[in-house]
Design a protein. Structure first.
Length: 253
């Protein structure tokens, strides 16, 4: 096990109305086996020992599942390793790359206002999902697992879309602050399955309308969202969302 010394430039913002600033913090003897969040834990212990306010940051499962931990690291959503969430990023990646200075800041998007430091309000995502409503299914005895046939290709694509963890990296990395990859994934994983067909038209209309109401930008196919998505969700879901949206508008919802 080796240790490294780092200079952190951390975004500090007391509240949503504060202008905010970058604070320089020296992190000495950081274990290369530590995760990025464990490094922040150690730094916070140091700040508390010095009588200073710790860095506020979101986290929960620390297993790359919940999507709570997203931050910008040296200008990249979740850091330099593709297909990896912030909590699964390890400090050895910075040692390997010879990085000594790390700039850490929150997601930057109109729809994700900063609450404090690295914590942003991502409730806009919740409202978009809520606008999609529910699926209609027949009540009664649960059917056998294979009673409703689903094409293998559709099942695979639906599963891939369903891996979206709602972290917001797609929005933060998009120059327009678009949530098209997130919304497209949520629409796709139900739209490809038989259980999601009843409300398919109304779902896409309602979710796209809510996305626009939340202040997310328009998608112009830069592809930054796909590049930074820790679950590898493809731009295909945006194309599918746009197709469903056009057909629903033409059909009158």
């Amino acid at each position: 096990m080796s240790n490294i010394d780092l200079t952190l430039h951390v975004w500090r913002q007391e509240n949503p109305k504060d202008a905010g600033r970058f604070d320089q913090i020296e992190a000495k003897g950081v274990s290369t086996h530590a995760s990025f969040l464990e490094m922040l834990d150690v730094v916070n212990d140091q700040l508390l020992a010095e009588g200073k306010r710790p860095i506020a940051f979101d986290h929960d499962c620390r297993e790359g599942i919940c999507g709570m931990c997203g931050v910008m690291i040296n200008g990249e959503a979740h850091g330099p390793v593709r297909g990896t969430t912030t909590c699964q990023l390890h400090m050895r990646e910075f040692e390997t790359r010879g990085v000594k200075d790390i700039w850490i800041e929150p997601w930057r998007a109109k729809a994700f206002p900063v609450i404090q430091d690295l914590v942003v309000d991502r409730s806009a995502f919740d409202r978009v999902i809520q606008s999609g409503g529910y699926i209609s299914v027949k009540t009664g005895q649960a059917p056998d697992a294979n009673a409703v046939p689903v094409r293998k290709d559709d099942a695979d694509q639906a599963f891939q879309a369903a891996t979206c963890i709602g972290c917001g990296a797609c929005v933060a990395s998009c120059p327009n602050g678009s949530a098209a990859l997130f919304v497209g994934a949520k629409i796709t994983h139900l739209g490809l399955l038989p259980q999601g067909q009843t409300e398919r038209a109304s779902r896409v209309l309602d979710m796209v309308a809510q996305m626009d109401d939340e202040g997310f930008g328009a998608c112009t196919s830069h592809g930054e969202c796909e590049a930074t998505c820790p679950k590898g969700i493809k731009l295909d879901v945006i194309a599918r969302m746009n197709g469903d949206y056009r057909r629903s508008v033409i059909a009158g919802g």
